[in-house]
Design a protein around this ligand. Structure first.
Ligand SMILES: [Zn+2]
Length: 164
Protein backbone atom coordinates (compact mmCIF):
# COMPACT_ATOMS: atom_id res chain seq x y z
CA UNK A 1 0.00 0.00 0.00
CA UNK A 2 1.13 3.50 -0.76
CA UNK A 3 1.39 6.32 1.69
CA UNK A 4 -1.33 8.96 1.60
CA UNK A 5 -0.46 12.62 1.63
CA UNK A 6 -2.96 15.41 1.89
CA UNK A 7 -1.91 18.27 -0.31
CA UNK A 8 -4.98 20.53 -0.61
CA UNK A 9 -3.35 23.09 -2.87
CA UNK A 10 -5.31 25.27 -5.22
CA UNK A 11 -4.06 24.61 -8.74
CA UNK A 12 -5.43 27.69 -10.36
CA UNK A 13 -8.39 29.92 -10.00
CA UNK A 14 -10.36 29.59 -13.16
CA UNK A 15 -11.21 32.83 -14.84
CA UNK A 16 -12.49 33.26 -18.35
CA UNK A 17 -9.93 35.13 -20.37
CA UNK A 18 -11.45 35.37 -23.80
CA UNK A 19 -9.80 38.08 -25.82
CA UNK A 20 -6.33 37.78 -24.34
CA UNK A 21 -3.40 36.66 -26.47
CA UNK A 22 -3.22 32.89 -26.38
CA UNK A 23 -0.92 32.23 -29.31
CA UNK A 24 1.86 31.01 -27.00
CA UNK A 25 -0.59 28.54 -25.46
CA UNK A 26 -1.60 27.28 -28.89
CA UNK A 27 2.02 26.31 -29.53
CA UNK A 28 2.04 24.47 -26.24
CA UNK A 29 -1.21 22.66 -27.11
CA UNK A 30 0.23 21.47 -30.41
CA UNK A 31 3.30 20.08 -28.77
CA UNK A 32 1.23 18.30 -26.11
CA UNK A 33 -0.98 16.78 -28.80
CA UNK A 34 2.09 15.72 -30.68
CA UNK A 35 3.64 14.09 -27.61
CA UNK A 36 0.35 12.44 -26.62
CA UNK A 37 -0.07 11.07 -30.14
CA UNK A 38 2.94 8.84 -29.64
CA UNK A 39 1.07 6.87 -27.01
CA UNK A 40 -1.41 5.46 -29.49
CA UNK A 41 -2.12 2.47 -27.26
CA UNK A 42 -3.48 4.75 -24.55
CA UNK A 43 -7.17 4.33 -23.88
CA UNK A 44 -7.76 8.04 -23.49
CA UNK A 45 -9.05 9.59 -26.68
CA UNK A 46 -7.96 13.05 -27.68
CA UNK A 47 -10.76 15.57 -27.44
CA UNK A 48 -10.19 16.52 -31.06
CA UNK A 49 -12.37 19.56 -31.50
CA UNK A 50 -12.23 22.29 -28.90
CA UNK A 51 -9.08 21.03 -27.33
CA UNK A 52 -8.67 23.10 -24.21
CA UNK A 53 -5.56 25.18 -23.55
CA UNK A 54 -7.04 25.64 -20.16
CA UNK A 55 -6.74 21.97 -19.22
CA UNK A 56 -3.13 21.80 -20.38
CA UNK A 57 -2.06 24.65 -18.14
CA UNK A 58 -4.03 23.20 -15.24
CA UNK A 59 -2.36 19.82 -15.58
CA UNK A 60 1.06 21.41 -16.01
CA UNK A 61 0.40 23.15 -12.69
CA UNK A 62 -0.63 19.84 -11.08
CA UNK A 63 2.57 18.12 -12.21
CA UNK A 64 4.61 21.12 -11.03
CA UNK A 65 2.98 20.95 -7.60
CA UNK A 66 3.75 17.24 -7.35
CA UNK A 67 7.40 17.84 -8.23
CA UNK A 68 7.53 20.56 -5.55
CA UNK A 69 5.96 18.15 -3.08
CA UNK A 70 8.64 15.59 -3.80
CA UNK A 71 11.30 18.08 -2.72
CA UNK A 72 9.55 18.44 0.65
CA UNK A 73 8.53 14.83 1.24
CA UNK A 74 10.62 12.12 -0.24
CA UNK A 75 8.85 9.62 -2.50
CA UNK A 76 9.81 7.73 -5.62
CA UNK A 77 6.51 7.01 -7.25
CA UNK A 78 3.01 8.50 -7.42
CA UNK A 79 0.23 5.91 -7.44
CA UNK A 80 -2.85 8.10 -7.34
CA UNK A 81 -3.57 11.79 -7.75
CA UNK A 82 -6.88 13.06 -6.42
CA UNK A 83 -8.21 16.29 -7.87
CA UNK A 84 -11.27 18.25 -6.80
CA UNK A 85 -12.70 19.99 -9.84
CA UNK A 86 -15.43 22.60 -9.63
CA UNK A 87 -18.42 22.00 -11.88
CA UNK A 88 -18.60 25.70 -12.76
CA UNK A 89 -14.98 25.91 -13.86
CA UNK A 90 -15.42 24.52 -17.38
CA UNK A 91 -12.57 22.05 -16.95
CA UNK A 92 -13.65 18.78 -18.56
CA UNK A 93 -12.57 15.52 -16.89
CA UNK A 94 -11.79 13.78 -20.20
CA UNK A 95 -9.67 16.69 -21.37
CA UNK A 96 -7.91 16.81 -17.98
CA UNK A 97 -7.06 13.10 -18.23
CA UNK A 98 -5.81 13.45 -21.77
CA UNK A 99 -3.64 16.46 -20.93
CA UNK A 100 -2.34 14.75 -17.80
CA UNK A 101 -1.03 11.76 -19.75
CA UNK A 102 0.82 14.09 -22.06
CA UNK A 103 2.32 16.50 -19.53
CA UNK A 104 3.21 13.80 -16.97
CA UNK A 105 5.40 11.91 -19.42
CA UNK A 106 8.97 11.75 -18.10
CA UNK A 107 8.02 13.21 -14.70
CA UNK A 108 7.51 11.69 -11.24
CA UNK A 109 3.75 11.69 -12.01
CA UNK A 110 4.02 9.49 -15.10
CA UNK A 111 1.77 6.43 -14.87
CA UNK A 112 -0.20 7.69 -11.86
CA UNK A 113 -3.92 7.14 -11.73
CA UNK A 114 -5.88 10.39 -11.89
CA UNK A 115 -9.05 10.48 -9.79
CA UNK A 116 -11.32 13.43 -10.44
CA UNK A 117 -14.01 14.38 -7.95
CA UNK A 118 -16.46 16.95 -9.23
CA UNK A 119 -17.49 19.66 -6.75
CA UNK A 120 -20.88 21.34 -7.19
CA UNK A 121 -21.18 25.12 -7.31
CA UNK A 122 -22.22 27.10 -4.25
CA UNK A 123 -22.66 30.77 -3.45
CA UNK A 124 -23.81 33.23 -0.84
CA UNK A 125 -26.02 36.31 -0.73
CA UNK A 126 -24.25 38.70 1.61
CA UNK A 127 -27.36 40.90 1.94
CA UNK A 128 -29.57 38.07 3.18
CA UNK A 129 -26.68 36.09 4.70
CA UNK A 130 -27.84 32.84 3.12
CA UNK A 131 -25.94 30.09 1.27
CA UNK A 132 -27.38 28.95 -2.05
CA UNK A 133 -26.49 26.13 -4.45
CA UNK A 134 -25.35 27.39 -7.85
CA UNK A 135 -25.55 25.75 -11.25
CA UNK A 136 -24.25 28.75 -13.15
CA UNK A 137 -21.48 31.24 -12.46
CA UNK A 138 -23.62 34.35 -12.34
CA UNK A 139 -26.87 34.37 -10.42
CA UNK A 140 -29.05 36.77 -8.46
CA UNK A 141 -30.56 36.20 -5.05
CA UNK A 142 -34.14 34.90 -5.30
CA UNK A 143 -35.10 36.98 -2.23
CA UNK A 144 -33.44 40.38 -2.69
CA UNK A 145 -32.02 40.28 -6.23
CA UNK A 146 -28.41 41.03 -5.20
CA UNK A 147 -25.62 39.26 -7.09
CA UNK A 148 -24.68 35.93 -5.55
CA UNK A 149 -21.03 35.65 -4.51
CA UNK A 150 -19.48 32.41 -5.74
CA UNK A 151 -17.98 30.43 -2.83
CA UNK A 152 -17.29 26.99 -4.32
CA UNK A 153 -17.22 25.07 -7.56
CA UNK A 154 -15.09 27.15 -9.92
CA UNK A 155 -11.61 25.99 -9.04
CA UNK A 156 -9.32 22.98 -9.24
CA UNK A 157 -7.54 21.63 -6.19
CA UNK A 158 -4.87 18.99 -5.84
CA UNK A 159 -6.41 17.28 -2.82
CA UNK A 160 -4.41 14.15 -2.14
CA UNK A 161 -1.56 12.03 -3.41
CA UNK A 162 -0.94 8.36 -2.83
CA UNK A 163 2.78 7.68 -3.10
CA UNK A 164 5.47 5.08 -2.49
ZN1 LIG B 1 -30.40 38.19 -0.98
Amino acid sequence: MGRRMTVATEVAHIIHQFGCDRSHLLDSAESVQHRAGRNSDEAVAAPAAGFKMHEISLMESVVGLIEDERCRQDFSRVRTIRLRVGMLGHAEPDALRFCFRAVAEGTIAEGAQLEIHMVPGAGRCDQCDVAVPLDERFASCAICGSPIRLTAGDDVKLAELEVD
